[in-house]
Design a protein. Sequence first.
Length: 374
Amino acid sequence: MSTRTAVVVTLAAVVLTGCGTATPSEKSGGAIAVSASDDKCEVARGTADAGTITFEVTNKGSRVTEFYLYAEGDRIMGEVENVTPGLTRRLIIEVTDSGKYETACKPGMQGKGIRDAFTVTGDAKKSTDENEQLAEATKSYQRYVNSQAGALVDKTKEFTTAVKDGDVDKAKALFPVSRIYWERIEPVAESFGDLDPKVDGREDALDPGMAFTGYHRLEKDLWTTGLQPDSNAIADQLQSDIEDLAARAKTVELTPLQLANGAKELLDEVATGKITGEEDRYSHTDLWDFRSNVDGSQAAIAALRPVIEDRDPKLLTTLDERFAAVDAVLEKHRAGDGFKLYTELTPADIKEMSEAVDALGEPISQVAEVVAGQ
C-alpha cells in the first residue's frame, strides 16, 4: 500500500471513542493504550485475555504511523493505518486463540515496524459460535470472497495473457477490469502481508530492497515506458500470486469484526487513494477501483445487515441513504461500460465525491462497535 496524507483506518477498524457498549476487553482490564512515536512503540501491557481486544493508538511522533497485531507468519489480525501526529484511533479485533502474537508500529508506514511480543491467554468462544446471525454473516461474506477470488483469477489471466502476447491495447482495456475483483476483496487480500506488496505495491511505497512488481508495474509498462524485457516474467508472477491468494482466501477464517472493519477500510482506500488519483497514476483508471471498493464495502454491510438491523436500525437507515448518495455521484461519471478517466474530472467533481465518501465513512466507522457489543 502506498503512503497517504489523509487520516484513514483499515482492516481492524477504527471506531469512535465513547460510542456504544463496552467491549469484553474494556470490561476486563480496559482498552490497551499504545503510544507510538518516531522511534518507539510503547504498548501499555503485553498480554490480554482471549476474546475481543481493544487498542487505543496515539501518535506522539512527527510522522504518520500504523499499528498492527500479527499472528504467526505475519498474518494480520488487525491494523490501524494512517494515524497522523497527535491523533488517537481505536482498533477492535476478535482473537479467540491463545498464543504468541506481535504488536508493531510503523513510523512512516513502511518497513517491518517496531515490534514487540504480545501474548493472548486463555481461550474464548468465537462470536460466530454463540450468535447465529453473526455466523451466517461470515458464511455469506465468505461465499462472496470466494466468488470474487475466482473471477479475479480468470480476469487476471486474460490481462496477463494480453501482456505476454504484446497486445498493448487489449491489455490496457483489461487492466481496470481485472482489478475490479481485487479491489472488492482488498481487506482480505491485504491480510496476507507477503502478497499485498507484490501484487498491489506502488513504486514509491516499497520497502527497501523490494522489487516493483504486480499490477502497477505492468500498468507503468503499458502506459509509460512500453513493455520491458521482463514484463512477461512480471505477468507470470502476478498470475501466480493471484492464484495463491485465491487458494488462501478459501481457507481464511473471518470474524464478524473483520467484515465490519473491512467495510470501513475499503472506503478509506477510496478517500485517500482513488479520490486523489494516486492509485492508478499511469492509466488514470481510478474510478473503476473506486466503484469496486464501494461494491466490496456494500457486500460486507449486506452480510451484516440482519445484525445491524437488530442492534441499531437507525444506523442501518443512515448507511442505506449514504451508500445511495455515493452510488448516485459515481453514476454521473459512467462512460460506456466503465468510467471517465481521473484526469477528466473537475475539482468540483472530486470534491463532490470526497464529501459523499466522507459522509458514508462516519456511520460505517460505528459498525465495528455495534458488532462487538453483543
